[in-house]
Design a protein around this ligand. Structure first.
Ligand code: ADP
Ligand code: ADP
Length: 227
């Protein structure tokens, strides 16, 4: 479980992006942060891997304050996927996914088989494994981004608008596959989107934020719909 307790983020210019946020993100489920542009979704997400540092309050993972850990160590256990995949352009698909296993010193055979297995899991045609990112469609790049984020077998996967830049048909496919992936691997996933339909489709729980970074609702989709 990831727990936010009275978490506030105030940027140096005085902007309060997240205001006194408290919630519990259950393990092995998908929790979605949804709300209009500027309501603090990305800031909330990035405080979990400490690519943004909170100003006050506490964030803990399995009851341990994330600030009691070295940030690099913390990030090793947390996969991160962003909107335009952010793949390394000079590396092939396979080498993108293999980057972290290589850093961790895995042997070549294990690195390769793990990378191929992950690419298969995210539904990428393995014929594309030796291509460079620029030779892939947007949807294919996002699949590779997810595979890369899973390479070190993190407990947590953070996803920031991962499907927002792909066309609606591909987006729908990627959503279905994320749900299937989640059933298969059971990671704790935190997913940011501005699209309420996407939030309802993917979330086991949905945190609705409003501008000013305040939590408006936190509930399973069925309960949100009832309101
Ligand atoms: P969202 O992801 O919901 O669009 P963000 O978390 O990106 O929202 O931003 C929340 C608020 O914080 C916005 O008002 C944004 O302009 C502001 N903000 C984001 N990053 C910075 C920054 N580095 N410095 C100052 N304000 C920022
Ligand atoms: P999408 O509509 O999903 O963005 P694209 O029109 O970008 O798809 O690509 C369609 C197909 O063409 C994909 O299978 C992709 O792998 C392939 N493709 C796209 N760009 C290139 C390229 N520069 N070289 C080789 N194949 C490419």
């Amino acid at each position: 479980m990831i727990e936010f307790k009275d978490v506030t983020k105030r940027y140096p210019d005085g902007t309060v992006a997240v205001d006194n946020l408290s919630l519990r993100i259950p393990s092995h489920q998908i929790t979605v942060f949804v709300g209009p542009s500027g309501c603090g979704k990305t800031t909330s997400l990035r405080m979990i891997n400490r690519t943004i540092e909170r100003s006050s309050g506490t964030i803990s993972i399995d009851d341990e304050d994330i600030n009691s850990q070295d940030a690099v160590q913390l990030r090793r256990g947390i996969g991160y996927v962003i909107q335009h995949a952010g793949l390394f352009p000079h590396k092939t698909v396979l080498d993108n996914v293999a980057t972290v296993p290589k850093l961790l010193g895995w042997d070549k055979a294990k690195t390769r088989s793990t990378a191929l297995e992950l690419l298969e899991r995210v539904g990428l045609d393995l014929k594309l494994a030796d291509r460079y990112p620029a030779q892939l469609s947007g949807g294919q790049q996002q699949r590779v981004g997810v595979a890369r984020a899973l390479a070190a077998d993190p407990k947590i996967l953070l996803m920031d608008e991962p499907f927002s830049a792909v066309d609606p048909i591909v987006r729908n496919q990627l959503q279905e596959e994320l749900l299937r992936l989640q059933r298969d691997i059971g990671k704790t996933m935190v997913f940011v989107t501005h699209d309420i339909d996407e939030a309802i489709k993917l979330g086991d729980n949905v945190a609705v934020l409003r501008v000013g970074g305040k939590l408006a609702q936190f509930a399973p989709p069925a309960e949100l719909l009832a309101n």
